[in-house]
Design a protein around this ligand. Structure first.
Ligand SMILES: Cc1cc2nc3c(=O)[nH]c(=O)nc-3n(C[C@H](O)[C@H](O)[C@H](O)COP(=O)(O)OP(=O)(O)OC[C@H]3O[C@@H](n4cnc5c(N)ncnc54)[C@H](O)[C@@H]3O)c2cc1C
Length: 501
């Protein structure tokens, strides 16, 4: 029986392991942290529960398919709950809009702000649907080769679909043609941040994201998002996967260009016929492989995040489950983050309050607020090629926290400061340290160029035989559904290429 070792028990690692174990491979996952889930993580404190990573689930059929592919019913493991409205948007002029999976309701909300834009909304969603239809089967659900000659030839069959992807203008350019009202432009530009990019740089292909959200809805996992990680851990264990937590990998051992196993920080070589890295692909190339040719320093990472977990002795009845408080100048926000690599002094603020849908997540009369602000990745190369930190989050985090609390107070959350009884801050530095996220990025490489989607590290190493990549930093990209898809892509690729387990 062939031995597979997977580095990392994030959602990508767990999904790959479940499928490979089902195919008959002997699978071991080695995870540096004390629990599985990676960026899908959880904090519990004095009656408060916080999901510290993903808060919104889309494309639920991908999770259902994962369970079904190994003979299980998703409903026997987790319960998905639709969130409606999906999100309440708060604009800087005081207006609000509730976006719903029920398109009629969303159209009514749009009409309240700008009746002339309702038709544009319909056309924009239809445009996103065309991009989805052109890319889902041929790109999202399939492996994608590297951009060497072999990879290019292998991917030529995708060319007819590529031309339909609206990749030659930015998302903002497209949004401006569909919507006249600047508030609606801001709302639909926001979807570029779902993979950590700027709407002013990323291709209009990202119009696929609002289509997916409106067509398939926004979902929550009953009991908290972390229940998904626990369910996948349970399923992996049931399928015979061995999960070792608290073990950090130091090196992927390569002999004559073939992966032979992994070397933990302490302990002996764990031999393997196949090695899969679920750890960030750029980090893997830089830190776990010797002599990789990958150009890390010229690869632009996606955005990171500045997170505050607030246990507040107060109810916020005007807040929905998901809320976005938009800044007055969206373009400036992205310029500051991507050009100056600094946190924006006037950021858009996302607030998730799961205690509204899940009373077990906060004591009675209290709220668990997960506050997320986009933040730049950690550093850029110094002039001598060495990495240098551009912001020192350890020093700056309290000041930035105060700025956000002040903003939230003026935006309708009133005297929130007085009622905070639990608080934790998570900075880009923490994302780097906790998960080995390359420069603290949340979604791997940014999509800030026309070709970005095709330049992500591929699922199979071009440098080392028997080495594969599954997770949000490789193909097809970040976010729960795509990460789970990468697990399917890698497991199927191994079964086809390696054959008999
Ligand atoms: C704040 C935040 C909000 C988000 N919001 C959403 C959302 O609303 N919806 C959505 O769909 N997505 C969201 N995402 C993105 C989503 O969480 C990720 O795309 C996804 O969880 C990534 O999974 P992964 O398996 O690719 O990687 P990871 O979760 O990063 O897992 C990689 C694992 O590898 C381990 N590892 C790394 N190096 C080593 C080593 N040397 N040895 C052993 N183990 C190692 C890490 O500890 C980690 O457990 C959000 C992410 C964050 C952080």
């Amino acid at each position: 029986m062939k031995n597979v070792v997977i580095i990392g028990a994030g959602l990508g690692g767990l999904a790959t392991a479940i499928r490979l174990a089902h195919y008959g491979y002997r699978v071991t996952i080695v995870e540096k942290n004390e629990r599985v889930g990676g960026k899908m993580n959880i904090v519990r404190h004095n009656g408060y529960t916080f999901d510290t990573g993903p808060s919104l689930l889309t494309m639920p059929f991908i999770i259902r398919e994962l369970f079904a592919s190994v003979g299980e019913a998703m409903e026997d493991h987790i319960t998905l709950v639709p969130v409606d409205p999906i999100c309440r948007y708060w604009f800087s002029d005081g207006a609000t809009l509730d976006a719903s999976g029920n398109l009629k309701n969303t159209e009514e909300e749009i009409a309240r702000l700008s009746a002339a834009d309702v038709e544009g909304f319909r056309k924009f969603i239809a445009h996103g649907e065309r991009i989805y239809n052109a890319s889902a089967e041929s790109f999202l659900f399939q492996p994608f080769g590297s951009l060497d000659i072999k990879g290019i030839l292998g991917n030529l069959k995708l060319l007819p679909a590529v031309t339909k992807l609206d990749a030659f203008r930015t998302l903002n350019d497209a949004v401006e043609t569909f919507f006249a009202d600047p508030r609606l432009q801001q709302l639909f530009n926001r979807f570029a941040t779902y993979n950590g990019s700027s709407p002013y740089l990323a291709p209009a292909t990202l119009a696929i994201i609002p289509y997916i959200e409106f067509a398939f809805g926004g979902w929550y996992v009953e009991g908290g998002m972390y229940k998904l990680a626990e369910a996948l851990e349970g399923l992996a264990t049931k399928k015979g996967v061995r999960i070792q937590t608290g073990v950090e990998v130091k090196k992927i051992v390569v002999e004559r260009k073939k992966a032979k196993g992994i070397l933990p920080q302490s302990g002996e070589l764990i031999p393997a016929d196949i090695v899969i890295s679920n750890a960030d692909a750029l980090y893997t190339h830089k830190e776990l492989l010797t002599g990789s040719r990958w150009k890390f320093d010229s690869t632009e990472p996606s955005l990171s995040g500045f997170v505050m977990l607030l246990g507040v002795k107060k109810s916020f009845t005007r807040l929905k489950h998901h809320n976005v408080f938009f800044s007055a100048d969206y373009k400036d926000e992205f310029d500051v983050m991507f050009n100056d690599l600094k946190p924006s002094p006037n950021p858009t603020i996302y607030v998730c309050q799961t205690s509204q849908s899940d009373s077990s997540h906060a004591p009675v009369g209290c709220s668990n607020l997960f506050v997320l602000v986009n933040a730049p990745s950690l550093r850029c190369p110094g002039t001598d090629g060495s990495p240098e930190y551009l912001s020192d989050w350890e020093k700056e985090k309290h000041e930035y926290r105060n700025l956000i609390i002040r903003k939230l107070s003026t935006l309708g959350l009133g005297d929130i400061e007085k009622h905070i009884e639990y608080e934790e801050i998570i900075t880009p530095l923490d994302f780097e340290r906790r998960y080995n996220a390359f420069r603290g990025s949340i979604y791997g490489t940014s999509s800030n160029s026309r070709m970005a989607a095709f330049l992500r590290p591929p699922n199979k190493s071009a440098e080392v035989e028997n080495l594969y990549f599954a997770g949000g930093s490789s193909h097809p990209g970040g976010g729960i559904p795509l990460v789970l898809l990468s697990g399917k892509i890698v497991a199927d690729m191994i079964q086809q290429q390696v054959g008999q387990p």
